[in-house]
Design a protein around this ligand. Structure first.
Ligand SMILES: [Zn+2]
Length: 168
């Protein structure tokens, strides 16, 4: 099942200081990022560490564990053969980098986090946003990107409830 694709749908905001929740549109977020808007609850601007951030919408049908496998999910990657079964993010690290990272145990933990990130799937909009962010912020300005559409097996095991992604 495809969800309706809407890049400008309203976002749910949550303030880290006063717990105020409210809905905004993308123009608001744009002004917010330029410190032209404040939290309606406590007046905080975007510069603070615990300032309001986009959070999940509890009415989002994708949060319904029983429906997760019915939706199509997306992933953007610079890998032409994603998801590779034997993906080793540490393969490109030189012995010196491995030493600087604090030794093999640290490298293994880092590689596990990278592997988990590489298997992240989301909405079409999130996948495209992620690609644009990588092009903007990271070393992927000249990279070729691939868009993957993922169908989960009906037997997929979904973690109960949901988590707020700290990186968002
Ligand atoms: Zn607030």
């Amino acid at each position: 099942m495809e969800r309706r694709i809407d890049f400008s749908r309203a976002r749910q905001m949550l303030c880290g200081r006063c717990d105020h929740r409210w809905r905004v549109d993308l123009d608001w977020i744009d002004r917010w990022e330029q410190a032209k808007e404040t939290c309606p609850g406590c007046g905080m601007t975007c510069e603070h560490e615990d300032s309001p951030r986009v959070t999940l919408d509890s009415h989002d049908p994708a949060l319904d564990d029983d429906r997760v496998a019915q939706f199509s999910w997306y992933h953007t990657s610079t890998q032409a053969d994603w998801p590779t079964r034997h993906f080793d993010p540490a393969a490109v690290l030189t012995p010196e980098t491995r030493r600087m990272m604090g030794g093999e145990q640290r490298v293994a933990a880092w590689a596990a986090r990278q592997r988990a990130k590489a298997l992240h799937i989301g909405t079409y909009e999130a996948a495209v946003h992620n690609m644009l962010r990588r092009i903007r912020d990271q070393a992927d300005q000249r990279s070729q990107f691939y868009l993957y559409r993922v169908r989960l097996k009906p037997s997929v095991v979904v973690r109960e409830g949901w988590l707020v992604d700290p990186s968002k």
